[in-house]
Design a protein around this ligand. Structure first.
Ligand SMILES: [Zn+2]
Length: 176
């Protein structure tokens, strides 16, 4: 989230006001990017996915619930996060912090793709809250915001690649 204080900062080069542009502070006059500008949610994906798989409980659940290798799960989650975030325009992200949004994206991704294949999710609200120190309420709020967007195709594609979807289900796929 860009605070009012950050927006009041002035350009190092010309002294004009920095304005937020796609989550980055850019000078309104000369276009110089602020060195300490806010990171975008996309920049947090690797860190967030890594935080999860490094947790022992999560690692155990990945093996038990999905029968997936840790590395495969991490890459899968990363790809899902990037694809899902692409669907959420920067100007619609509002005041959700970039880190919070990434955490919620990973949480929603795991939930959607486990449901699609009738598996038990790996990322529970409780575990996600414990690992990221974000409240369960906040996770629910950001997840609700994310679910306004359409992720069906992304989830379907991933499940197909993991061979989690039966052949016959493909018949119901809506042509692109
Ligand atoms: Zn400037």
């Amino acid at each position: 989230m860009v605070s009012t204080k950050t927006l009041m900062q002035l350009c190092d080069k010309c002294g004009s006001k920095y304005l937020e542009e796609n989550g980055v502070l850019v000078c309104s006059e000369c276009g110089l990017e602020h060195l300490f500008s806010v990171r975008r949610s996309e920049d947090c994906v690797f860190r967030v996915c890594n935080l999860f798989i490094e947790n022992k409980n999560i690692a155990k659940r990945i093996k038990e619930n999905y029968g997936l290798d840790l590395f495969v799960y991490e890459k899968t989650l990363q790809l899902l996060c990037f694809a899902m975030l692409k669907k959420v325009p920067f100007q619609e992200r509002g005041n959700i912090s970039s880190f919070h949004l990434t955490v919620a994206t990973a949480y929603v991704a795991d939930n959607l793709f486990s449901k699609k294949a009738n598996n038990t999710p790996v990322l529970t609200q409780k575990l996600v809250a414990e690992i990221t120190k974000i409240t369960k309420r906040s996770i629910r709020k950001s997840s609700k915001f994310l679910l306004k967007y359409e992720f069906e195709e992304i989830i379907f594609e991933m499940c197909k690649r993991l061979n989690w979807i039966e052949e016959e289900e493909e018949l119901y796929k809506i042509p692109i």
